[in-house]
Design a protein around this ligand. Structure first.
Ligand SMILES: C[S@@+](CC[C@H](N)C(=O)[O-])C[C@H]1O[C@@H](n2cnc3c(N)ncnc32)[C@H](O)[C@@H]1O
Length: 225
């Protein structure tokens, strides 16, 4: 792992995901409430990548690799996925998924997203339900944008607190994220704003879509050709 000296907050986050890793897939399917359309949102995010057979895709903070089958379906055996994550136990689950499915075109990298050394000529970068947990999310967007080939896509799907909404909806937003992050730090930092700002700065044709009453967002942009 390239990172030297983690913060206490990062250690806490890694410990939390180590505890969750084994049951992450099932638990996250039921969260925040049965029926919250995580899978539909994921499918939408993968569609927004505009993938084609043979594409090279980076999944930032890939966790257990829930996005991998959706990406594999489109890129096929000639494509390539690199999954990056900070938590060893989440990557171990991702590795099991890769082995079970017999995928030979996926590599996993144990690294902090902000330190990840991108290969060149990347066709698409995806990050789902994770980037808002990375304090340096704007830097991650910038590094990724620099690695994209012309026309390459950067797509972020994540949770947020709804703006100008009744209290019960704001509460739903915060309850969604509570098990995944330090909620107070997250609320104060308002990372979705930094992500939007960085994407606006680094990419062209940015689209920003609020999902489920503003409790999630899908942001997508392209590297200028
Ligand atoms: C809620 S999980 C989402 C995993 C996956 N993207 C998904 O959609 O199922 C968040 C993931 O972000 C990872 N993560 C958090 N901070 C990170 C960082 N700074 N660099 C890389 N991964 C990070 C965690 O280890 C965890 O696997």
């Amino acid at each position: 792992m390239s990172q030297i000296g983690r913060t206490r907050e990062q250690e806490r986050l890694i410990e939390m995901y180590r505890r969750k890793a084994r049951h992450f897939d099932v638990a996250s399917r039921l969260y925040p409430a049965p029926g919250y359309p995580l899978r539909a949102q994921r499918l939408r995010a993968v569609r927004a990548l505009g993938l084609r057979a043979g594409d090279r895709v980076i999944d930032i903070a890939c966790g257990t690799g829930v996005n991998f089958p959706l990406i594999e379906q489109v890129i096929g055996p000639d494509g390539r996925i690199v999954g990056v994550d900070l938590t060893d136990a989440m990557l171990a689950q991702a590795q099991d998924r890769v082995a079970t499915n017999g995928w030979r075109n996926i590599s996993l990298v144990h690294a902090d997203a902000v330190d990840f050394d991108y290969p060149t000529g990347v066709d698409a970068i995806l990050s789902t339900y994770a980037l808002s947990q990375v304090p340096e999310c704007a830097e991650v967007i910038a590094h990724g944008a620099a690695a994209l080939s012309g026309g390459g896509r950067w797509v972020v799907l994540d949770l947020k607190v709804p703006g100008n909404t009744p209290g019960w909806l704001a509460q739903l937003g915060t309850s969604i994220v509570r098990p995944f992050a330090s909620i107070d730090e997250w609320l104060m930092r308002r990372p979705w704003e930094a992500i939007r700002g960085a994407m606006q700065e680094e990419l062209v044709d940015l689209s920003w879509t609020e999902l489920m009453f503003g409790t999630a967002f899908l942001a997508a942009g392209s590297r200028s050709p």
